[in-house]
Design a protein around this ligand. Structure first.
Ligand code: SF4
Length: 219
C-alpha cells in the first residue's frame, strides 16, 4: 500500500469503521455487569487485565452479589477479596487495587466513581485503558480509545499506527477516528481481532477488511 496522507488515512479508517459496523452490529464489551454501574464497570475492568472476559464474568457473577457498594469493596479484608478474585490471576494486586480505589472513591469523590479522565487516573490501578472503559461504557463519554492487546495487534496490521506504546497508539487512533466513534472503534477492532485477525493465524482470506489492509496475506 503506497504511503498515505493524513486525509487518506482518515478516509480509509472511515471505510474500515463502516465495514466493521455492518459485520459486527452488536460490538460492545463482553464483560457482564450492570451497565448503569460505574463501580461494577471499574471492578470488572481491573479484573480483566491479563484475564479472559469469560473468566471475569464467572468471578463477577458472585462478586457483585456479595459486594454491592463502594463501602463493601473498601472495607473488605484483603485476604477475603483475594480469595474472591483468585481465579482472575494477579489476584493479590487486583484485590489491593480494588480496595484502594474504592477507599479513594469514598474519601475523595463522595462515594461516586468519577466521570472524568483526570479524576479516574488518580485511582490506584487505573490507567487510561480502564478509565476509557468506564467513561465510554457507563458514562457514554468518548475521552479516548481503549487500547488492549487486540487493538495493539490489529491496529498495527491495519497500518493505523507504527507505535508499540499504548498511549502513543491511542493518540494515533484518536487522530484517524471521529471522536463520537472512539468508544465503538475499540470494540470493533476487538471483535475483528477475535473473529479474523487472531494473534496466531489471521484469516485474511475471509477478513472483510482484506482490501483495505496493508498486511493482508503477509502476516
Ligand atoms: S486482512 Fe488479515 S492482517 Fe489485515 S486485518 Fe484482516 S485478518 Fe488482520
Amino acid at each position: 500500500m503506497p504511503r498515505e496522507s493524513s486525509e487518506q488515512r482518515k478516509k480509509r479508517t472511515a471505510r474500515i469503521v463502516a465495514i466493521l459496523k455492518k459485520r459486527f452490529p452488536d460490538a460492545q464489551t463482553r464483560l457482564t455487569y450492570d451497565r448503569s454501574s460505574a463501580l461494577q464497570s471499574l471492578v470488572a475492568t481491573i479484573l480483566s487485565a491479563q484475564c479472559t472476559d469469560d473468566r471475569v464474568n464467572v468471578v463477577t457473577r458472585e462478586l457483585f452479589t456479595k459486594y454491592r457498594t463502594v463501602e463493601d469493596f473498601a472495607n473488605a479484608p484483603q485476604e477475603q477479596l483475594e480469595a474472591d478474585v483468585r481465579t482472575c490471576g494477579f489476584y493479590r494486586n487486583k484485590a489491593k487495587n480494588i480496595r484502594a480505589a474504592a477507599a479513594k472513591v469514598l474519601r475523595d469523590f463522595g462515594g461516586a466513581v468519577p466521570d472524568t479522565m483526570d479524576a479516574l487516573l488518580t485511582l490506584p490501578g487505573v490507567a487510561r485503558k480502564t478509565a476509557n472503559c468506564v467513561l465510554s461504557n457507563v458514562y457514554g463519554k468518548n475521552e479516548g480509545v481503549v487500547v488492549d492487546t487486540h487493538v495493539i495487534r490489529v491496529s498495527a496490521r491495519l497500518g493505523l499506527t507504527k507505535h508499540t506504546d499504548p498511549v502513543k497508539i491511542e493518540r494515533d487512533l484518536m487522530a484517524w477516528v471521529p471522536r463520537n466513534e472512539w468508544g465503538l472503534f475499540s470494540h470493533l477492532l476487538i471483535f475483528l481481532g477475535r473473529a479474523y485477525c487472531t494473534a496466531r493465524k489471521p484469516n485474511c482470506a475471509d477478513c472483510p477488511l482484506a482490501k483495505l489492509c496493508p498486511s493482508a496475506g503477509k502476516v
